[in-house]
Design a protein around this ligand. Sequence first.
Ligand SMILES: [Zn+2]
Length: 420
Amino acid sequence: MTTLAETLLSEIESRREELIALLQGFVRTPTANPPGETVAGAAYLETFLKSRDLPYRVIAPQAHMPNLLATFDTQRKGRHLVLNGHIDVFPPGRDEHWRHGGPWSGTIEDARLYGRGTADMKCGTIASFVTYALLHRHRDKLAGRLTLTAVSDEETGGKWGTGYLFKHHRDEVAGDCCLNGEPSSAHTVRYGEKTPHWLVFTIRTRGAHGAYVHMSDSANKIATRLMAALESLTELRSDMPEAVARNLSDAAVRQALDDGLGKGAADLVPKVTLNIGMIEGGLKTNMIPSECKLEADIRLPVGVSKARMRTEVERILQGFPQVSVEEVSRPDDEANWCDPDGEMLHLIQDAAVRVTGIRPVPVITLAATDARFWRLSGVPAYIYGCSPDLMGTYDESVGVEEFLNVVRVHALSAAAYLAQ
Ligand SMILES: [Zn+2]
């Protein structure tokens, strides 16, 4: 007897060209954010659903940034799996730097499909749509419920995208587990991530003529002392949950992090990092600056809460009465994780071994994704997608076979999760 997994794999194989064309068409529909105008991208995905008679709703709290929500129930008791992908992509930069026909070409050369957003994350979003359509067709062999969410506004924080869906349609989108196709590489599954904690420090002094240094402190000189003091934040020790600590000490996990994110990445995952991204102070060489702004990009690991970081920053600022601080990242976010040994993780690993021969290891990653909305609500969320190497570059692309493998792994692991 043919298993559902075999059926899904053979259906994907027989639709190979159609699936590649589907991704190509999506890449050829510009959805850069900023500006974040994604109506055409959403319409493209709606056509996919309409032509297959799959009902859906458009939820657009901002008319130019629509989100799509589709769901089907198998009528058999079971769990609720949610697929999540984003429609918007990074801006393309300068057209002349693109070597493969421009940022929205969708050109295939040497078995790679080129264009802005191919990796982050049109490959993964199409994998979600194909998985949804395939499983809908075979829903008589499944139990529980499958929901598909495609959102705008991911690249600018998610307030009008996944954040909005969680705030206003939580019962429909939280589910019991989330599967997301953001880039991860074939070697890893992402089960957690650090969180950005962005602070703008403003230093104000009286100011004076540059020769009258007895009249005023210099805001710029205070900024250099403040920068040195802020370095102590990187020494904070994380209260790492045991499951995460165990995962991070695994040699295979450390190797996968260094291979995937560059040598040294494994050491940074459990640490607070500090980047002073911008300094702006002073008006003229011969004036003592009365104002300096310093923008810090702090990244919190799992086990260091925003509340604790705020306390630490306040403590440092006690020595700097001239300084005020404002957080410009989302104050509600926290570094987040789900079970590095969870059921869906194993289903993804088994599917990946079957499809690619590689067993991906569970990792925590450095950058933030919409998966955090699920994890911070207590729902496990796992990311499996293409290689992140070229995302955001002028050569952004995805291997054609790599894309099809992401589709295969998503379809198989989603079907296994909803198996009767
Ligand atoms: Zn992304």
